[in-house]
Ligand binder design. Structure first.
Ligand code: GLU
Length: 416
């Protein structure tokens, strides 16, 4: 990853940049530069072969001035404290941009789930949940899925926490299966929200969705659902990539067929209705919209110069390095930044938490309606700050999100 070990520094640089337009009181700015609480845990797991392996897990609660800390859990070999801290800060600004009554958090375990059995992942999840159980809870910090974690992992987390409490606590995590208090629409929420912001960007730039050419980097839950929703709406998905490589068909791909090919072959490559390309070759191909939807630092100085697109909508968290962001802005690319573009996931997580606390559940149409209203409003607010202050969309989103957090910290005052 291009931002490895410097990820939090990048987040702080973006914060410093936003503060040029906010001029926050020094003590509040300094508060925002430091996480409130960081927990590192050792997670012993009995492996299938009988040995015990020790994994390192993290949970960082970056800020909770506006409400309980909120953010996903990722299982990935590259998880480390710098990355989790950076992602927890991004969650804080993100919840501010879409005006949710949450602070920001992130967690993760450094492990390679692709080489672990389902049982090993279950035992890892249960022990990790127990270890961070001292700081999570529906009133304090609510985890959710992120890279390589899913509904089942959330079900195990909910069950473990509930066993510790002696009664069911559905509101402790979001992104659960519907049968135990998950929300309708949560599974594709990040992508639905992303598409809502792409539609707003199109109408701002005077473009239409019909016939729009789209490239998607990353074919996990976010990338696949974004491709599917856009293609159903009339766009042409001309290329997709996963970690192993890319495929390209200028006539447009059949997303369901690509998905079933990936399920069988473990990669999009080799799909019969397209040509194989390297990821960098796909990045160089002209398209109207590019959606980076895998990991941070996907677009960097090495490949940003080759991009020929009108809109970049960030499905992943921090997929552009600071340098790549500047290169694209110089080229006149309209960027919908991550803390706005991918906020749909946490918006529906908020709906799930509200439904769990009230034990009163909504249908999918209601979820979609409320999600779209929030995404549209946030896009309009960010765009208006960007126009008014003559700043790019990322800085504008930061100004909006950070200001809401700073206001909460200021009005609450310093304890004691
Ligand atoms: N992991 C997602 C994100 O980065 C969702 C977090 C949540 O729903 O709490 O936004």
């Amino acid at each position: 990853m291009a931002v490895e070990n410097g990820f939090f520094k990048e987040v702080l640089k973006n914060l410093e940049n936003a503060n040029r337009h906010l001029n926050l009181p020094v003590a509040i700015y300094e508060r925002l530069c430091t996480p409130r609480r960081s927990l590192i845990v050792s997670v012993p797991v009995q492996m299938d072969n009988g040995t015990v392996s020790f994994f390192t897990g993290y949970r960082v609660q970056y800020d909770f001035a506006r409400g309980p800390a909120k953010g996903g859990i990722r299982y990935h070999p590259k998880v480390n404290l710098d990355e989790i801290t950076a992602l927890a800060a991004l969650m804080t600004w993100k919840c501010g941009v879409v005006d949710l009554p949450f602070g920001g958090a992130k967690g993760g375990v450094a492990c390679d789930p692709t080489i672990m059995s389902r049982d090993e992942i279950k035992r890892l999840t249960r022990r990790y949940t127990y270890e961070i159980g001292i700081i999570i809870g529906p009133e304090s910090d609510i985890p959710a899925p992120d890279v390589y974690t899913d509904e089942q992992v959330m079900a195990w987390m909910m069950d473990t926490y509930s066993m510790m409490k002696g009664h069911s606590v559905p509101g402790v995590v979001t992104g659960k299966p519907v049968s135990i208090g998950g929300s309708q629409g949560r599974n594709k929420a990040t992508s639905s929200g992303l598409v809502a912001t792409v539609k707003e960007a199109l109408s701002h730039l005077g473009l239409k969705i019909e016939g729009l050419s789209v490239t998607v980097l990353g074919f996990g839950k976010v990338g696949y659902n974004a491709a599917k929703i856009l293609s159903d709406a009339g766009a042409k998905i001309i290329g997709v990539a996963d970690s192993k490589g890319a495929i390209y068909n200028p006539q447009g791909l059949d997303i369901d067929k690509v998905a079933s090919h990936k399920k069988q072959m473990d990669s999009v490559q080799g799909y019969s209705g397209a040509d194989n390309l390297t990821i960098d070759e796909l990045i160089s191909i002209e398209s109207d919209v590019l959606i980076p939807a895998a990991l941070e630092g996907q677009i960097h100085t090495g490949n940003a110069g080759k991009i020929k697109t009108k809109i970049v909508a960030e499905g992943a968290n921090n997929p552009l390095t600071i340098e790549a962001n500047d290169i694209l802005i110089d080229k006149g690319v309209f960027i919908v930044p991550d803390i706005l573009a991918n906020a749909g996931g946490v918006v529906v997580s908020y709906f799930e938490w509200v439904q769990d606390l009230q034990r009163f559940f909504w249908n999918e149409a209601e979820v979609d309606l409320r999600l779209n209203a929030i995404m549209k409003k946030a896009f309009a607010e960010v765009l208006s700050i960007s126009k008014e202050k003559k700043i790019d969309m990322r800085t504008a989103a930061m100004v909006l999100g950070v200001k809401r957090v700073a206001d909460a910290i200021e009005v609450r005052g310093l304890y004691p």
